[in-house]
Write a protein that binds this ligand. Structure first.
Ligand SMILES: Nc1nc2c(ncn2[C@@H]2O[C@H](COP(=O)(O)OP(=O)(O)O)[C@@H](O)[C@H]2O)c(=O)[nH]1
Ligand SMILES: [Mg+2]
Length: 193
């Protein structure tokens, strides 16, 4: 439904002055290290390895910008909550992300990834709170849902929805293995841009 004619890495940035220009609508992806962020982005773009899937999670500690079809930017946030990341690097995460969320005019939506088998962490909950505070639209994607049954994912969806006080359309079950949820996520992205 969305034909990908080009998908390229633009740059990594830490500070606002290093972000690419604000010419295209942007969708950002956030979540705990190892939750399946790189895999989701590659799946949406039908690419095997545009975004490196990590054998050593938590390594990329900058905002990574990608340009799709010269139409939209994807921003891959560094994964949070990974214990092996040095304290000094972890301390950079909050101001970096907060600054991006507050001032990026072209940001249209943040996709937050949660493992379908786990409860949201306090980091997940505080990110969602920020987004609500800043009035930024978001979509929650429950990843690796092939590892549980369909019913279980629907049940998990309801638990998280009630826990975080979300609306039904703000949360989707996804699997990179079966492709479940992929078209729905693409539809949402197209709608917000
Ligand atoms: N079964 C299954 N495994 C997944 C899925 N998405 C990611 N993974 C695996 O989870 C691990 C971490 O994925 P990655 O995309 O690197 O996570 P990131 O650290 O959030 O970018 C990898 O071994 C992936 O193959 C999924 O939908 N289903
Ligand atoms: Mg990754």
């Amino acid at each position: 439904m969305m034909k990908i004619t080009s998908a390229e890495f633009i740059k990594s940035a830490l500070k606002q002055s290093d972000y690419p220009g604000e010419s295209l609508p942007e969708v950002a992806f956030a979540g705990k290290s190892n939750v399946g962020k790189s895999t989701l982005i590659n799946t949406l773009l039908n690419r095997k390895n545009l975004v490196k899937t990590s054998s050593s999670p938590g390594r990329t500690q900058m905002l990574n910008f990608f340009r799709i079809n010269n139409q939209i930017n994807f921003v891959d946030f560094p994964g949070y909550g990974f214990a092996k990341v040095p304290v000094r690097v972890r301390a950079q995460w909050k101001p970096m992300v907060e600054n991006y969320l507050k001032y990026r005019k072209t940001l249209k939506m943040v996709i937050i990834l949660l493992d379908a088998r786990r409860e949201p962490s306090s980091d997940d909950a505080s990110l969602i709170k920020w987004l609500e505070t800043f009035g930024i639209p978001f979509l929650i994607v429950l990843t690796k849902s092939d590892k549980i049954s369909k019913n279980k994912c629907s049940a998990q969806k309801k638990i998280i929805k009630d826990f975080l006080l979300l609306k039904d359309e703000e949360i989707i079950c996804f699997s990179a293995v079966t492709g479940m949820g992929k078209q729905e996520i693409i539809k949402r992205i197209i709608r917000v841009i």
